[in-house]
Design a protein. Structure first.
Length: 150
């Protein structure tokens, strides 16, 4: 497949271009800004992580989903309390409590995911600058095998 980005005509061309050039993309090209390619790009990013980072991501995703369910349960129970008692206070308190808890946990998870992504970006930049892998390991705290995978 030898077409350039400007020569892509249909989905097949876009997929072949995507697969051929995936390793060289720093960002997804404008022509591939479609939900299916963005999802594939995100999946490729995830698969580049070490097994430990993949596990951490999955754990964070589980915590996020758990928090979302806790928030929804708190909201439902708060609404039920307010309805059963004929008051709106239970509903408001349940929502406020669930929202506060969900925001705190979501913020923590977001920070952890952002930190992992930033660490990956920094490592790639250090590699592109020609810094040795042992020096990158010292600077980032990542293991040499993890750095080689990026």
């Amino acid at each position: 497949f030898t077409k350039t980005e400007s020569e892509l005509q249909d989905q097949k061309d876009k997929w072949l271009y995507f697969l051929k050039n995936l390793e060289s993309f720093d960002d997804i090209p404008a022509i591939l800004h479609e939900p299916v390619f963005e999802k594939a790009f995100d999946l490729a990013e995830y698969l580049k992580y070490s097994p430990a980072l993949q596990e951490a991501y999955q754990n964070n995703l589980k915590v996020y989903r758990d928090n979302k369910n806790v928030l929804e349960t708190a909201r439902t129970e708060g609404e039920a309390k307010g309805f059963d008692a004929g008051k709106t206070e239970g509903k408001a308190e349940g929502k406020a409590e669930g929202l506060k808890e969900g925001k705190a946990k979501g913020l923590k998870e977001g920070m952890e995911l952002g930190e992992a992504k930033r660490e990956t970006e920094i490592t790639r930049k250090l590699k592109a600058m020609g810094l040795s892998i042992p020096d990158i390991a010292k600077a980032t705290g990542l293991s040499i095998p993890d750095i080689k995978k990026l």
